[in-house]
Design a protein around this ligand. Structure first.
Ligand code: DAH
Length: 342
């Protein structure tokens, strides 16, 4: 009997020392010293032994039981400590790492076009405009016909683009969003539509096949050119952070009547004449006008009751003017050194 007990002790201590899991250690405890454990059943069968043997075996079993319990507790402590040490080394963060180190130089940057777009969205939403989106692949109807540019209209030549095989096209301007805006909204309403537009263009320092615009449209009762000028001046004041002088020149766009080119006083020379404004003191900034009745009709709006203004702001030009960027092709160059400057 004594040998049997010693053997149990030996085997159990051996198993404990090799065990690296808390759950398994508990299982050993249950199997050996638990209520139905091996050692416990031996203690239970003591009644069959002679009184002398009972005394000795009983004492020995109790000592072994205690030894095993202690060994399990100690091993559990070791295993827990090892697990913690492991976790600490895996989940280690160095709170002393320098914020300005190379770690932060891997963070993303908002492209300057996105930055200006967000800024313009903020300015217009603060004046009650909703921001609309539209698809980059458009139908001929939304991009041309609904904007009073029928099939063989010469204005289409100015906006050659990429056509898909099923006769859709990459939108040439965000004006397509105007039509979707009219379909979605009952007048009166104010919307802007920022987005990427495409032209089939021979590229050079001022021409790109892909660029960004923000379209704007306000439809209400008795909208006039003075409403248009007010909103454009407010926009420019917010963007350039100072009062900007504007002037309107006639400009032709089939979807507005009258149509204008809005110029701003040259911000570089203050209007005295320099190379940027080609000595004129004025820089062409955005085309705009009063919405043509045919366009309102396409949008399901009665032109006898309602009128509106619209404008199309080129974002690339704006950023180029703001930062003195001399080549539009930088925007899409994918050169990280370009975007990191903003
Ligand atoms: N869609 C025109 C373009 O890309 C720009 C434009 C002109 C938009 C006059 C307008 C507008 O809303 O009224 O060339």
């Amino acid at each position: 009997m004594k040998e049997k007990l010693e053997l149990i002790k030996h085997n159990t201590l051996d198993a404990i020392s090799k065990c690296a899991s808390i759950d398994e250690l508990e299982q050993i405890r249950i199997d050996i010293v638990g209520r139905k454990g091996e050692l416990t059943s031996i203690l239970r069968s003591l009644k069959d032994l002679s009184p002398q043997e009972r005394g000795e075996v009983g004492k020995l079993s109790n000592v072994i039981k205690e030894t095993i319990n202690d060994a399990i507790d100690n091993r559990k402590n070791d295993v827990e400590r090892a697990l913690l040490t492991n976790r600490l080394s895996e989940e280690w963060i160095d709170v002393t790492l320098d914020k300005e180190s190379e770690f932060t130089s891997n963070n993303g940057y908002l492209h300057p076009l996105s930055q200006i777009q967000h800024e313009i969205e903020d300015i217009f939403t603060s004046m009650g405009f909703a921001v609309l989106d539209g698809p980059e692949v458009e139908t001929e109807y939304y991009n041309f016909e609904a904007l009073n540019i029928p099939k063989h209209h010469p204005a289409r030549d100015m906006q050659d683009t990429f056509w898909t095989e099923d006769n859709n096209l990459l939108r040439t301007h965000t004006s397509a969003i105007q039509v979707r805006g009219m379909e979605k909204n009952e007048p009166p309403f104010r919307v802007i539509g920022p987005g990427r537009v495409f032209r089939y263009e021979a590229t050079d320092a001022s021409h790109e096949n892909t660029f960004y615009q923000v379209e704007g449209m306000m439809v209400d009762k008795d909208i006039s050119v003075s409403n248009l000028i007010f909103f454009m001046k407010t926009l420019l004041k917010e963007i350039f952070k100072k009062e900007v002088k504007v002037r309107l020149r006639p400009g032709y766009f089939p979807f507005v009547e009258p149509g204008f080119e809005l110029d701003i006083n040259c911000l570089i020379c203050g209007g005295n004449g320099c190379s940027v404004c080609k000595q004129t003191g004025w820089v062409e900034l955005l085309p705009c006008g009063l919405v043509h009745p045919n366009v309102l009709k396409s949008g399901g709006i009665d032109p006898d009751k309602w009128s509106g203004f619209a404008f199309g702001l080129g974002l690339n030009r704006l950023v180029m003017m703001g930062y003195g960027i001399n080549d539009i092709r930088h925007f899409q160059s994918g050169d990280i050194r370009f975007v990191q400057q903003f």
